[in-house]
Design a protein around this ligand. Structure first.
Ligand SMILES: C[S@@+](CC[C@H](N)C(=O)[O-])C[C@H]1O[C@@H](n2cnc3c(N)ncnc32)[C@H](O)[C@@H]1O
Length: 241
């Protein structure tokens, strides 16, 4: 029984209910989201995000930070030869990002979700998504939307929690099941949200399987690299010419 099923009286959750619950999770955690990220990962998520930004250095033009939340990744991608757009369904997350008024600022913040992107066909040079892909309700629809908005040859970069190396797994399990929900309860006052976080990480495909899904969805030049022994991974792919 997962936390979503428990929230719906122990029955199978429909995709629409899952979508609404995920929306509620991020509204609940928005004010403390950045602080929680720093506490849970001891600040390491910042190194992973910087690594993502470094891997995107060669690309200019229109860049989208999908599931951009409070805009962490978008801010790292801002450059004078780029237009950087945050897309996220949670107004609360984007509001928390805007309230911090950190510089540099992305060019635009758009409300929208991965399954129906509010962007023109073949208008994007690079689409990045950090810790967002596992929240989409219909992965196939999201990947086909990403393909639609990318220009031919356009880049897709995905940072997501993944499968850590075997030797690390027992420590990682202990930490995720005991420490993260406790931090979620004390700091964010949202224990359910942080149980959802841990469960959604477990359910998401590992590095190899996600690369296979991307290839099957029609992406080319698919590759990945592990971050912190596979706790997270960066996937790279391109839309074919
Ligand atoms: C864990 S946060 C990641 C935020 C930011 N990218 C970061 O790395 O700090 C996940 C984000 O995914 C967004 N999200 C949830 N469902 C989504 C969907 N179907 N399409 C796009 N984004 C979604 C949430 O609103 C939330 O802001």
């Amino acid at each position: 029984m997962n936390v979503l099923e428990e929230s719906f009286g122990h029955r199978q959750v429909t995709p629409q209910e899952r979508r609404m619950l995920i929306r509620a999770v991020f509204s609940a955690v928005a004010p403390r989201y950045d602080l929680m990220n720093d506490l849970m990962s001891w600040g390491i998520h910042r190194l992973w995000k910087r690594r993502l930004a470094r891997r995107c250095e060669a690309v200019r033009g229109r860049i989208v930070d999908l599931a951009g939340g409070t805009g962490d990744v978008a801010r790292l991608l801002v450059r004078s030869d780029r237009e950087v757009i945050v897309v996220d369904p949670s107004l609360m997350m984007m509001k928390a990002g805007l309230a911090k008024a950190r510089r540099p600022s992305p060019n635009a913040w758009l409300a929208g979700e991965a399954e129906a992107l509010p962007l023109a066909t073949e208008s994007v040079d690079l689409l990045a998504i950090a810790f967002g892909i596992r929240n989409v309700t219909r992965l196939d629809a999201a990947l086909s939307e990403i393909q639609r908005v990318l220009r031919p040859g356009g880049h897709f970069v995905c940072l997501e929690f993944s499968r850590p190396a075997k030797w690390l797994a027992p420590f990682y399990d202990l930490y995720s099941w005991l420490v993260i929900p406790a931090l979620g309860a004390i700091v964010a006052r949202a224990p359910i949200a942080y149980r959802y976080l841990v469960e959604s990480i477990r359910r998401f495909p590992d590095q190899r399987e996600f690369a296979r899904i991307l290839t099957e969805a029609g992406f080319v030049d698919v590759s990945w690299e592990n971050c912190s022994f596979g706790i997270a991974s960066l996937h790279f792919a391109r839309k074919s010419h």
